[in-house]
Design a protein around this ligand. Structure first.
Ligand code: SIN
Length: 271
């Protein structure tokens, strides 16, 4: 049985070295959950799990969301492999999953099956660390702000000139008003930002848009970001409640294929 850890940068990301049997035993599940919350991203380099093992490992960490084929979802831009591939182009922009829900997913677990020859890294930003480094004055300023999030806002990044029908389709997903500062039950705070963030409620529209862009730039500075350069067989978990993420550009026909499992959310944005 092996289990050791190594931080990948001062503010975000820890690598865990462990064999598959150790991970599947669940013996270290509580410790992995703790590292995930503290460090935002947990990396298992070239661990080479099967789909079944990935699913079983996910189950040791919490409640698995049933999506894709038997709980494993194919993240790919190949429409033959995934009919929702077009929607996944939104992954090229900083985002948090599930901002149109009151309880977003806790975490995603992504495993590299096939890589793109160019691009296709995944970047993560620690939104707890970004909040913690704000001045006391800014913390007070942002404390009670509310931001309206929508699928439409995120999809506009991908399709800046949508047809009327497409726009109506996006709007079928109701927008959601969320606190800018997520006050978690743990007592820690994180920022809720990303491509779904459309405007700040009660603030002049342009001023609100500027604030959201300024804060996104701030929260994605190098000290808060870990960029994962994938090898086949790597498995990466990120805490969706304390990070934003995005994929770096890769060609649509690259064949890049990642297998994803998800952990159900345990806390609403209102803490
Ligand atoms: C995602 O946004 O969930 C996918 C990230 C990736 O494909 O690297």
């Amino acid at each position: 049985m092996t289990f050791s850890t190594r931080d990948l940068s001062p503010r975000i990301g820890t690598e865990i070295q462990a064999d598959i049997d150790t991970l599947l035993s669940g013996k270290h599940a509580a410790e992995i959950r703790d590292i995930l919350e503290q460090r935002g991203v947990v990396v298992f380099k070239e661990v080479h799990m099967s789909d079944e093992q990935q699913l079983a490992f996910t189950g040791t960490l919490g409640n698995v969301i049933d999506e894709g084929e038997k709980g494993v979802y194919k993240v790919t831009l190949d429409t033959k492999e995934n009919p929702q591939a077009d929607y996944l182009k939104g992954a090229f922009f900083w985002h948090i999953d599930g901002t149109t829900l009151d309880v977003p997913i806790l975490a995603s677990i992504l495993r590299a099956k096939k890589l793109s020859e160019t691009g296709g890294d995944t970047e993560f930003s620690n939104t707890y660390a970004a909040y913690e480094d704000l001045s006391e004055e800014d913390k007070a300023k942002y404390d009670n702000l509310k931001v309206v999030h929508s699928l439409e806002n995120a999809q506009q990044y991908v399709h800046p000139e949508p047809s009327y029908e497409t726009m109506q389709m996006w709007r079928r997903v109701p927008s959601n008003t969320l606190p800018l500062v997520w006050k978690h039950k743990s007592g820690r705070n994180s920022l809720v930002l990303g491509s779904t963030a459309a405007y700040v409620e009660g603030m002049e529209y342009q001023a609100g848009r500027e604030l959201l862009v300024k804060l996104r730039d701030y929260a994605t500075q190098p000290q808060f970001v870990y960029r994962h350069k994938w090898n086949v067989g790597d498995l990466v978990i990120w805490d969706n409640t304390g990070t934003m993420h995005r994929a770096t550009r890769y060609p649509l026909d690259s064949g890049r294929m990642m297998h994803r499992t998800k952990l159900a959310g345990e806390e609403s944005f209102s803490g």
